[in-house]
Design a protein around this ligand. Structure first.
Ligand SMILES: Cc1ncc(COP(=O)(O)O)c(C=O)c1O
Length: 336
């Protein structure tokens, strides 16, 4: 197997194996590594019709010392269980989640991009309800699978800013499903994202659905603003995804002596931010250059600003084992 690590982007590559666990009769089985990336399902499976599908995204990194480590898998396990509970799915015990990640990364270790390439192994846990049914009710049977795929540095040749536009659509209702990671949220965001792209913007920024006064989040990432006095400001809302990257960056910010404010942010407050970023597992922080809101354009910087850069460097330093992991976030993949 020859992989050109430099040419990797963020797209799916079939690898050696994925791991699958089955839930039926109220119990999980022991899981099995499969070389095929196909699954056989009943055409009446719940997940296909009624969207009983939850997923996660995390990464394994080849660190400076040559060891492979995964960033905060326990957080993804907790979030997947919160999502599963909301869609009436089963609990995935932490031991099964951790074992699945360990086994699938071990088996695909040759696909972890080497240290220095800027790449990582993307890990995608997926939970689907597979009971064949016509009536709408929760499945009795589930598949929990974890697939992996090597991905390149998102920013080849430097961190590039994006333009965003405030979407005319809503992403999530106040007491809806925006805080969990169900497949349907992403199907619903495809059209708004297409509309943003038609306006020349790479990402859509969503407002609160009740009043359309407050910033919620981008289509696949949380919002961060750096205020005039250098504080890290991020929305507090029950309808956005509790980003693990954002949570980690808030701790890093405190470590660096940066004040952190988690509170509702009015859209007009954009004019007072010095830097704006979108944060998530895929890129850590994407700087935002412009945000268009109707006729108004809020302008930020053409490159990543100093505060976001400092946070980005600390985070990637921890992930690649270049900076001490003081919070114990990195979980080593044991190799025999
Ligand atoms: C809607 C949404 N918000 C935020 C995030 C960032 O979350 P995380 O940092 O856990 O990847 C994601 C990515 O999963 C997302 O899909």
């Amino acid at each position: 197997m020859e992989i050109d690590w430099q040419s990797l982007g963020f797209s799916y590559m079939p690898v050696k194996s994925n791991i699958r666990y089955k839930f039926s009769g109220g119990k999980w089985d022991d899981g099995i590594l499969c070389s095929s990336d196909k699954i056989e399902l009943s055409i009446a499976s719940n997940c296909l019709h009624y969207g009983q599908a939850a997923f996660e995204g995390l990464k394994a990194f080849c660190c400076k010392d040559g060891k492979v480590r995964v960033f905060r898998p326990g957080e993804n396990a907790l979030r997947l269980n919160r999502t599963s509970a909301h869609i009436m799915g089963p609990e995935i015990p932490l031991e099964i989640f951790n074992e699945a990640v360990q086994r699938v990364v071990q088996d695909n270790i040759e696909y972890v991009p080497p240290y220095g390439t800027g790449g990582s192994l993307y890990i995608r846990p997926l939970l689907i309800g597979v009971t064949p049914q016509i009536g709408i009710s929760a499945s009795d049977d589930y598949i929990f699978l974890v697939l992996v795929s090597p991905v390149g540095p998102y920013y080849k040749g430097g961190i590039k800013p994006v333009d965003a536009c405030v979407s005319e659509f809503d992403r999530a209702a106040p007491r809806g499903t925006g805080h969990i990671k169900i497949a349907g949220n992403y199907a619903a965001s495809l059209y708004p994202t297409r509309k943003a792209k038609d306006m020349g913007c790479q990402v859509a920024l969503f407002l609160d659905a009740a009043k359309r006064e407050y910033i919620e989040e981008f289509g696949t990432s949380n919002f961060i603003g750096i205020s005039h006095d250098g504080a890290y400001v991020t929305p507090d809302s029950s309808s956005i995804l509790d980003s693990i990257t954002n949570k980690s960056l808030r701790l890093i910010a405190r470590d660096l002596g940066i004040e952190v404010e988690r509170r509702p942010i009015k859209i007009e407050e954009l004019s007072s931010f010095r830097e704006v970023g979108a944060c998530g597992t895929a890129v850590i922080i994407t700087p935002v250059r412009n945000i268009c809101h109707g006729e108004k354009i809020y302008r930020f910087r053409d490159e990543i600003g100093p505060v976001l850069k400092q946070l980005y460097d600390r985070m990637t330093g921890i992930q690649y084992g270049e900076v001490e992991d003081v919070h114990g976030w990195m979980q080593e993949i044991k190799l025999s």
